[in-house]
Each structure stands twice: as C-alpha cells, then as structure tokens.
Ligand binder design. Structure first.
Ligand code: FAD
Length: 491
C-alpha cells in the first residue's frame, strides 16, 4: 500500500449525507448501532437541499409528508416549504440525532472493491484515507450530476453562465438580459422569481411541461393547511397526504383514462391564462400527462405571458461569445445564460467505480440498464446496499422510500450478525424475477410510451428510475430481509 494512504476500519460505511444518509444514520442509532461513518464529498450535510439554492427552490410534495416520520417537530411556514426551510430542517435533524460527529466532510468516494476472502469492502477516497468495511451503503442520491447540454460553442460564451443547481448569487440579475436553456422542474420554480427583475428573459424550450396549480395536489387544500398547523394533528395530517397519493395511484390504475380529464383541465387552465394562440401552442405538450414528473406552480403561465419574457421553441444550433443562435439563424445576446436542464439520474453511481465478486464492475453489470433487487441490493455485490437505487423513485415523498430502505439495510445487518455470515449476496434469480415483474408493470405506464421522452428512462428506453406500484407495497416488500432471497457465505 502507498505509504501516504491512511487506513481505517469501520463497521458500517455510508456514502453521502443527504436525506438518505441521514435516514440510515437515524435507523442505525435507533437500533443501537452507533459505530458508523458517513463520507460526504461536500462541506456540509443536506444533499440536493444544500446545493439547490436557486430563487424559488421548494418542495413539490407537501412538507408535512416530505419529512422524517420520526421527526415531525418542525413548524413549516407553508405546505410546500422553500429550500431554506428544508435545509434548516435537515440541519436540525442532524443535530437532534447526533449525526454530525459521524460525518467526514470534503471526502469523496472514488472507488470501492470487495474482497471475497475477507468479506470486506475497500473504499478509496479523495483525501487519501482508505477505509475497510464489511457493510457499504451508497446514499449518493439521483440528482447530483448536473446535466449541461453539449451545445457547440458553449465554451466560447463570455457572459456569466451557470446551472440551476450551482446558482451564482454573486451575479445580480436585475436589469440584465438572461437566457434560460431548458424548462425542467427547477426552471419552473426559478423563472417566476427572476422574470420580474430582469430586463429580458428568453426561455429556450425543447419540450413544454404540464404545470398545474398547487391547490390540486395531495395535502394542499385549506383544510389540510389547517390540519398541518396543529401540533397534535401532525400525524393525521401526514397520513392523509400519504393516503391521497396512494388514492391517486389507485385511480390511475382503475381509470387509465383519468389522465384525459387531467389533460382537459390543463387545456382549460392554459386557455384561461394564455390568450395568445401562438404562445399557447408552444406551451401545449405533445405527449400525455404522466410522462414526466408532474410540476407544480401557481405562477408559471402568468410569468410566461409577461412582456419581458419570450418563449423560443426553435432548437439552439450553437452558442458564441455573446449569446445563443437558433436553427433559424436568429442570434440573441445575453448578459447571462442559466441552464435549467436538470440532472442525469439514470447514470446512478457514476463516476464511482464499484467492483464486486471476481472484480466485476457495477457499470459493466448495468450496461443494459441499472437494476437491483427492491432497488437496494445487486447480485455479485455482497454486503453492498443502495438507498434511492434503481426503480425506487416514487411519485410521492422520496423520504418515505428512504426510510423503507434504511429499515431494510439495518434488518440485513442484523440478519448477517444473527447468521454469523461473512457476507450475503442477493440471488440472481430473485433479482431477475423482481426486475422482470417491475418492467412488465412499468411497460403499461405512460412513461413507457414511445412518444414519451423523460429522465425516467435510460438511453435504451428502459425505465430504470420509477417504482411501479404503491408506496404501501414498497413498505410491505421491504419490511424484512427474507433469507430465501440471499445466499449467505459463512465466516
Ligand atoms: C431541486 C430538487 C427538488 C426536489 N424536490 C423533491 C420533492 O419535492 N419531493 C421529493 O420527494 N423529492 C424531491 N427531489 C428529489 C431528492 O433528490 C430526494 O427527495 C432526496 O433529497 C434524495 O436524498 P438523497 O440523500 O438520496 O440524495 P441527495 O440529496 O442527492 O444527497 C446525496 C449526497 O451524497 C453526496 N455524494 C454524492 N456522491 C458522493 C461521493 N462519491 N462521495 C461522497 N459523497 C457523495 C452528495 O454531496 C450529497 O450530499 C428533488 C430534487 C431536486 C434536485
């Protein structure tokens, strides 16, 4: 071993301290497992809620539900809390549960490999420390790699440019000309905030979104807001939102054409809000509702009809030193270009290199699309667990899913201890059966349609992100580690 590399052994090693790493830390502590380390590449906790500080950043799930089930002691100022509050909540949770001392900040995991003989993972980091651990858990999230489009001439642009997840707060946008490229979930939140300040905003839109008002979302009624404010009714308020999401999935199953009603409501909203037929046409999606994540805003269409806002649907052909050129040859100069182009969720754990049994590379194992058993374990990668892994993206609160996964991981650790096993490896047939079932179910959903282009799918068209069923089903299926799903190798 290189003499400059420091070695350290830990019983449980977690990568990432967003809500996923925090959920597992809480579960470990609740089960008396206090000896664990979290490696976090950034200088603080919080994951996406630390990084996405753009104006208007907020939850699109009611916060009473988008929060830890065991930590409801927080007064949200509004049903869909802003990023500042969510991050503050995360900081409080970390303090309340004594998680911070377990975290090594500014420490990025580069690669990890499994030694069959010892049953240990060896994990190399950016700071030169090499960890060994019998239990390795990835909690790196799905939205931590910004997707910046490869536009010809992008690097020639001399103005200010940044991605929404890396907002440049030092550059005042007031009175400036601004291009926004892309209109994903973040752009729908920040454009209404910056449009009133800037001189001119041009939105380069590849594909319009279905954006609906907050009031129609689970838990957003006035009665819900009343419930959510009452300390002693918080549990009930939360349960109600949970059940509303489940009812939404049930309705979609029983009445597959219910989306047509949703699309009609959307068209009526657009008619009401956007009087210019040409703009209305630009803003009307040519794909079915449900193809992408449903977006929420009360100000989106009012913003796009402002006199200082223009929506351009002509594709961008290139950028130059001063701005953007579209396919029709039109050139616009800008003081700033903001990328609202989202993330690359289907790349999952990259750029980390994870090597399991016989040195098999996880990226290689996933060359036909990421898959795992229950989104948590992968055959050939013993004692390696994932939070927010493949096919666990739910339409409701991801924190609920992370809590299910954390319980499962702790259950797996206890199972290993009880069996005195060196390692557990999910059976290939169990993983295959699970994924055949998941893909069969997903193939009947809207995102599977050929006319649906969405980040839920990988480049081959396989839906690798979404959970196919109810949140309750996920809770049930992850309630305990079943011995028949795993091969256990004795110590
Ligand atoms: C702008 C935005 C809004 C969202 N809104 C909602 C919402 O309203 N409702 C909802 O349910 N979900 C929402 N999501 C999804 C969100 O990702 C999840 O809800 C949740 O925050 C995921 O937590 P996580 O811990 O799994 O991942 P993250 O929050 O991404 O945290 C992962 C952590 O791992 C660290 N990390 C990554 N790689 C390494 C490495 N190699 N070594 C060390 N550390 C590493 C990162 O720095 C980060 O701190 C949103 C996502 C974004 C980007």
């Amino acid at each position: 071993m290189d003499q400059s590399v420091r070695a350290e052994h830990v019983p449980v090693l977690i990568i990432g301290c967003g809500f996923g790493g925090m959920a597992l830390a809480i579960e470990l502590k609740n089960n008396g497992i206090n000896d664990f380390v979290i490696l976090e590449r950034a200088s603080d906790i919080g994951g996406v809620w630390r990084d996405n500080t753009y104006p208007g950043a907020a939850c699109d799930v009611v916060s009473r539900f988008y929060s830890f089930s065991c930590d409801q002691d927080y007064e949200w100022s509004q049903p869909f809390a802003p990023q500042t509050e969510i991050w503050e909540y995360a900081l409080k949770v970390v303090e309340r549960h004594g998680i911070r001392p377990h975290v090594r900040f500014n420490t990025e995991v580069r690669d990890a490999s499994f030694d069959e003989r010892t049953g240990m993972w060896t994990v190399d980091t950016s700071v030169g420390t090499r960890f060994t651990t019998p239990i390795l858990v990835s909690a790196v999230g799905l939205f931590n790699h910004a997707n910046i489009p490869n536009i010809p001439g992008r690097d020639d642009y001399k103005g200010v440019s940044f991605h929404s997840s890396n907002w440049n707060h030092d550059f005042p946008l007031a009175g400036k000309t601004v291009a926004v490229i892309g209109c994903g979930a973040s752009a729908v939140q920040f454009i209404p905030k910056i449009a009133p300040q800037v001189e001119k905003l041009v939105l380069y839109q590849r594909s319009p979104q279905y954006v609906m008002p907050k009031a129609i979302f689970p838990g957003a009624s006035e009665f819900d807001a009343w419930l959510q404010k009452r300390k002693w009714l918080r549990g009930l308020a939360r349960l109600k939102v949970y059940l509303m999401f489940e009812r939404f999935i049930l309705r979609r199953r029983i009445f597959p054409n219910a989306r047509l009603k949703g699309e009609a409501a959307f068209r009526a909203l657009l008619e009401r809000k956007v009087k210019d037929p040409e703009l209305r046409k630009k803003l009307t999606p040519n794909y079915p509702m449900g193809c992408k994540r449903q977006l929420v805003s009360d100000h989106w269409y009012d913003t796009l009809t402002r006199p200082n806002v223009e929506v351009v649907t002509e594709p961008i052909s290139r950028m130059d030193a001063s701005g953007v050129v579209t396919g029709d040859g039109k050139h616009h100069s800008f003081d700033a270009v903001i990328y609202g182009t989202g993330f690359t969720p289907t790349t999952y754990l990259t750029p980390m290199v994870i090597k399991g049994l016989n040195g098999r590379d996880l990226n290689e194992a996933w060359r036909n699309g990421a898959e795992a058993y229950l989104g948590i374990t992968v055959t050939g990668f013993p004692n390696f667990f994932m939070l927010y892994g493949p096919n666990t993206n739910a339409p409701s609160s991801i924190i609920f899913m992370l809590e299910c996964q954390s319980r499962y991981v702790v259950n797996a650790i206890k199972t290993l201890q009880a069996r005195r096993a060196r390692y557990m490896n999910v059976r290939a047939d169990r993983q295959r059966d699970f994924n055949v079932e998941a893909q069969a179910r997903l193939s009947t959903t809207i995102p599977a349609r050929a006319d649906c282009f969405t980040y839920f799918k990988d480049p081959s068209g396989k839906i690798t992100t979404n959970w196919p069923g109810y949140a309750t089903e996920y809770r049930w299926r992850t309630r305990a580690v079943k011995s028949r799903d795993y091969e256990f190798t004795p110590s």
